[in-house]
Design a binder for this molecule. Structure first.
Ligand code: HPA
Length: 270
């Protein structure tokens, strides 16, 4: 058996031994968005350090726990803190938890992140449904294909579920909340963009830019999961100038403020 699948299975078996039932939905909580975890009832909290072959998360605004429990009455699991490529992990390490989720039987992935707004209509605190993405990151599927999990050349034309996007829009309408929709551009970070780079990403068709999400989504797609993604716009390219610069702490604060609205949307999707 190949080494990666052996590690995935060891982590999956360990988790199965610790949880009362298999969640259908997994949620990845981005920078500053970890407090959705507080809405999970009957939580079993498993620190990453206790799970075989899991890494620990070092990024600001990211704890390092898997949380199993019920959200809106449904069995879910949440990653409170994700692994970023810019932390120095390999793409295999960044996406390892998604493979484990799939192996324990999770069928749906909801992903969140904090992102820089490059659509000039967007403002800080807006929530954007991800309709599609453009990646400037290495592809996590490079290397020997894990045939047990998916095909060598997965389709990427309809990655973000139309049904889940429509459901999110319905929920937002009931809440009286305006949702944005758009294309997420992924780059490695950890430096933020220059002003010229923000302009370039806009020209290429992007609406928001961030340093995560696409690796996990690519692997989730490879495993055949249903996928939904949402960005909290935590800073805007149009606001940057002599007196306003990007700052990681401001990004986390802006995401934290929007976390309650995002929690309501995610609750309706599980
Ligand atoms: N660029 C890249 N990643 C980000 C940004 C940004 O402006 N804001 C939050 N994550």
């Amino acid at each position: 058996m190949n080494e990666i699948i052996k590690h995935i299975d060891e982590a999956a078996e360990y988790l199965k031994s610790r949880i009362p039932c298999i969640p259908q939905t997994a949620i990845i909580l981005g920078s500053g968005l970890g407090k959705l975890a507080d809405a999970i009832d009957d939580a079993t909290i498993i620190p990453y350090g206790e799970i075989p072959h899991f890494k620990v998360s070092t990024a600001i605004g990211h704890k390092g726990n898997l949380i199993f429990g019920r959200l809106n009455g449904k069995s879910v699991m949440a990653m409170q803190g994700r692994f970023h490529y810019y932390e120095g992990y390999t793409m295999q390490e960044v996406t390892f938890p998604v493979r484990v989720m799939s192996r324990i039987g999770v069928e749906r992935l909801l992903v969140s992140n904090a992102a820089g707004g490059i659509n000039p209509d967007f403002g800080v605190g807006d929530l954007m449904i991800i309709t599609d993405h453009i990646s400037f990151m290495p592809n996590p599927l490079i290397g020997k294909n894990i045939d047990e999990m998916g095909v060598r050349f997965p389709d990427m034309t309809n990655v973000y579920s139309t049904a889940l996007r429509n459901k999110a829009k319905e929920t937002a309408a009931k809440m009286g909340l305006t949702l944005r929709e758009g294309v997420y551009v992924a780059e490695t970070g950890p430096s933020y963009e220059t002003r010229a780079e923000y302009r370039m990403f806009r020209l290429l068709g992007g609406d928001a830019v961030g340093m995560s999400t696409v690796p996990e989504v690519t692997v989730a797609r490879h495993c055949g999961m249903e996928i939904f993604g949402m960005s909290v716009i935590s800073n805007c390219a149009k606001d940057l100038g002599e007196n306003c610069q990007n700052d990681g702490d401001d990004v986390v604060k802006a995401a934290d403020k929007a976390a309650d609205k995002m929690t309501e949307i995610f609750k309706s999707l599980v």
